[in-house]
Design a protein. Structure first.
Length: 217
């Protein structure tokens, strides 16, 4: 339950900062309304799950609505592409495999200096996480290919045969800090952030701390 205590602490700090900036800032009204963002980054695992799976990468995309330049509600889709260590595969007598996590979350975002060139922000979300682990072995498959001279013909290409899949669904959440830098005088900004993701899954919970860089507008 420590993750929920951390999220509550982050959101409490955000609300305090929001109250202070609401009284002391001159807002950029262009930051109100709909907002969208997308980014890529590195996704290291922490906790017991890091002994069973390898670090990977993440893709994030989402959007929401800023009710004021400081406060909004946003939804995110996250994909985490992970691996399986060779020693784990050997212990299970599996030739190969991979893992991934899909996440759909929703929550508040607090922008601390929307009228500044550099805008720090705090975010916290909750939602659904699905973790999939899949074991495979190399094989080949036949497909229909086309060549301008030979026309359509059968071709053999490398492929992976799925030996087994383990899937876990669970409720989770994330909280993090970041900053955005405005591009010239427009609404578009480049952002960088770090979040802590925690999802309650059978056997071992999923904990990931992705660092993401992207653009929002």
């Amino acid at each position: 339950m420590h993750v929920w205590k951390s999220c509550v602490a982050v959101l409490a700090l955000a609300l305090c900062s929001f109250a202070q900036t609401s009284t002391n800032s001159t807002y950029n009204e262009g930051d109100r309304g709909f907002t969208f963002h997308a980014g890529l980054g590195y996704a290291p695992l922490v906790g017991p799950i890091s002994k069973s799976l390898d670090n990977g990468w993440n893709f994030q995309a989402g959007g929401g609505y800023m009710f004021t330049p400081n406060f909004g509600l946003v939804a995110d889709y996250n994909y985490f592409g992970l691996g399986i260590p060779r020693d784990v595969l050997n212990s299970l007598a599996e030739p190969d495999g991979s893992a991934w996590v899909h996440a759909l979350t929703f929550g508040p975002e607090i922008r601390l200096a929307p009228d500044s060139k550099v805008d720090p922000y705090i975010i916290g979300e909750a939602g659904w996480y699905r973790r999939t682990v899949q074991f495979t072995r190399p094989t080949t498959t036949t497909v229909t290919a086309f060549d301008p001279f030979f026309g359509f013909f059968p071709a053999v290409i490398p492929a992976n045969e799925v030996l087994g899949t383990i899937q876990r669904d669970g409720f989770g959440g994330n909280a993090g800090l970041g900053f955005a830098v405005r591009i010239r005088d427009g609404k578009a900004k480049v952002f960088a952030e770090a979040r802590y993701h925690y999802a309650m899954h059978d056997r071992r919970d999923t904990q990931i701390v992705p660092v993401t860089v992207g653009i929002r507008w």
